[in-house]
Design a protein around this ligand. Structure first.
Ligand code: ATP
Ligand code: MG
Length: 576
């Protein structure tokens, strides 16, 4: 139950609406019970009075009409007010969750599957709407309506009124307790299997091509079916229990009705003529009172899922980003030595082995640095550390004359243009896919020039030009085209430091040469650090770093490395 506290606190954002909602709920319930009670009395009384006697049927019939209209109006208004308030709270909650998730990228978010994150943000947050709509508001209204009803009935017969009131109150305490216990038992597994099913389903769809090619579709389908069956079993158990709760409430209702009838028959109402009418009044009141309890059982059955969802959302909200950025703005210092890397060691949080071990490098401002090395040696990791996606395990990285941790996130991002190894194509227009590279609005002319330069002029042949849709739901790009798009972004980026992770991977030799010339031209007055597997134009770099098994094994100018007797670089150069 405690896990619900933070979400109950969210109610403060729509306090007034929520209070009005409860008042309307009470009004609706009271009108409904009043309607039944007055009708019960009115029908019996007119029957007793018979035709021809003097009987004021105007007031009762007017109240019946009034209460009926009142009930409908109150319920309608209540639904609007409570749903509006709930959705406002959920919208706020979703924004809060989202803004907590973003700083977790990339280090902490890597631990979650995409579908899991989406599930938490959408399905789990949605489930929390029950908290107010189905739990808090109906329970609060029930307590108040029972008190009001008892008070109203006490004018006619105090002991009978107290009997009905207390019975309802006791049921109001017993029913939620029973169903809360039953509900918490399978709320967690039900929420989990729902999540599991969704994750598996998304994966099943995304991996269709591979599954078909390797003939593995059936295996995953069986797995998916098993999860679905399990999920359905839990749902079935929930439905059974929900039916049980209705049955239980109806049974209690019948019992209370019979007892009320029994006691009312023996009671003294002060008027013998209209005694039957009072009996009618009390029995109908007892009958109608169950409208208060009906939704409570099923709602508390649902609480297990609400708690499980709350825990899911809380779990992600409580994650701390691995990297905390400085908040106070300070200008980026471009001294002679731009990056000064001292004794740098690093291992990924979830791994023990070193990804980088004892690195010492100095990168002068405006120099061009190439990083070479076998696959898995730690090249990309080094770039990740330079943009501070992770903090070093040991050692320091200085940017300018300050530790990299002294800069705000904005300052770092603004000054470093980073082309990652995998280029992400947004499912958006070509224009927007390029525009993300620069804070200022880019002119069409500049975009077109760059697209031509990187060899993506083919895209411009489309009649929609820059407005054509790329990625999902639009034009898919080949691996090489994606690289070029990434490159176009870099050429449109005005950052003075460029980190490029294998920008020419997957390009043919001729294109690679052209692209490299473009990069070097663009980076003429910038600092360029580029990871590559190839040696094209390598002699144009000021410094070459060779990383092997997490260590910096060679470092120097092209002419220095080439003169060495042995070494990775020499070997690679010789081979090519
Ligand atoms: P490649 O040339 O194939 O791109 P690389 O030199 O860029 O290789 P890195 O990506 O830096 O290699 O990886 C270095 C080591 O760190 C590898 O063993 C890799 O498995 C591991 N690694 C990389 N990224 C992560 C991550 N996010 N979490 C855990 N380990 C990682
Ligand atoms: Mg890499």
């Amino acid at each position: 139950m405690r896990s619900l506290l933070p979400y109950l606190q969210q109610f403060k954002y729509a306090k007034t609406s929520l209070i009005i909602g409860v008042i309307l709920m009470i009004t609706g319930l009271a009108a409904s019970i009043g309607l039944m009670t007055v009708s019960g009395w009115f029908l019996s009384a007119t029957a007793i009075a018979g035709a021809g006697t003097l009987f004021n049927f105007f007031y009762p019939s007017a109240s019946v009409r009034g209460l009926a209209i009142g009930r409908t109006a109150a319920r309608y208004a209540e639904k609007i007010v409570t749903h509006d308030a709930t959705f406002r709270i959920l919208a706020k909650l979703r924004v809060t969750v989202f803004s907590k998730i973003i700083p977790l990228s990339p280090a902490v978010l890597n631990r979650y599957r995409n579908s899991d994150l989406l599930n938490r943000l959408v399905a789990d947050v949605d489930t929390l709407d029950s908290l107010y709509l189905r739990l808090v508001a109906p329970f609060m209204s029930a307590v108040i309506v029972i008190a009001l009803m008892t008070l109203a009935l006490s004018f006619f017969h105090l002991p009978l009124a107290l009997f009905i009131g207390f019975t309802l109150l006791i049921l109001l305490l017993i029913i939620p307790t029973i169903f809360y216990r039953l509900g918490t038992k399978f709320g967690q597994p039900l929420t989990q299997s729902r999540q599991q099913y969704r994750s598996q389903f998304v994966e099943f769809i995304q991996a269709q091509a591979e599954l078909l090619l390797f003939n593995a579709e059936d295996k995953l389908k069986t797995q998916l079916n098993d999860t679905e069956t399990q999920w359905q079993n839990y749902q079935q158990r929930e439905s059974n229990l929900s039916g049980l709760s209705t049955a239980l409430v109806l049974f209690a209702n019948g019992l209370l009705l019979a007892l009320t009838l029994w006691f009312a028959a023996a009671a003294d109402f002060g008027s013998d003529t209209y005694k039957a009418a009072f009996i009618g009044l009390f029995t109908f009141a007892a009958l109608a009172a169950f409208e208060i309890l009906m939704p409570i059982g099923a709602a508390f059955l649902h609480i297990g899922q609400v708690i499980a969802s709350a825990q899911n959302v809380t779990e992600i909200m409580e994650q701390h980003p691995l990297v905390q950025f400085n908040d106070t703005e300070s200008a980026v210092d471009f001294s002679k030595i731009l990056f000064d890397i001292q004794n740098l060691s690093f291992h990924y949080p979830e791994r023990q082995d070193m990804a980088l071990n004892q690195l010492n490098v100095q990168i002068p401002a405006q120099s061009k640095v190439a990083i070479l090395g076998k696959t898995g040696s730690g090249k990309s990791t080094l770039l990740q550390l330079l943009v501070r996606n992770y903090n070093p395990t040991q050692g320091t990285i200085q940017l300018g004359n300050k530790p990299i941790s002294a800069y705000t996130e904005t300052a770092l991002r603004e000054h470093i243009g980073f082309l990652t190894q995998r280029v992400h194509v947004f499912s958006d227009s070509l224009r927007q896919n390029l525009q993300i590279a620069n804070k200022t609005t880019l002119s069409d002319e500049r975009m077109i020039n760059v697209l031509n330069a990187v060899g993506l002029n083919k895209l411009l042949a489309d009649e929609k030009g820059l407005d054509q849709w790329l990625g999902d739901g639009g034009r898919p790009l080949s691996g090489g085209e994606q690289r070029r798009l990434g490159l176009a972004r870099i050429l449109l980026n005005d950052a003075p430091i460029l980190l490029l992770d294998e920008p020419t991977e997957g390009l043919d030799r001729e294109t690679e040469r052209q692209v490299l010339q473009l990069i070097l031209q663009h980076a003429e007055n910038k600092t360029l650090i580029m990871v590559t597997h190839r040696l094209t134009a390598i002699e144009q770099f000021d410094q070459i770093l060779v990383v092997d098994h997490a260590e910096l094994v060679e470092q120097g100018e092209f002419t220095q490395l080439i003169q060495k007797e042995t070494g990775y670089f020499k070997e690679l150069y010789g081979r090519i």
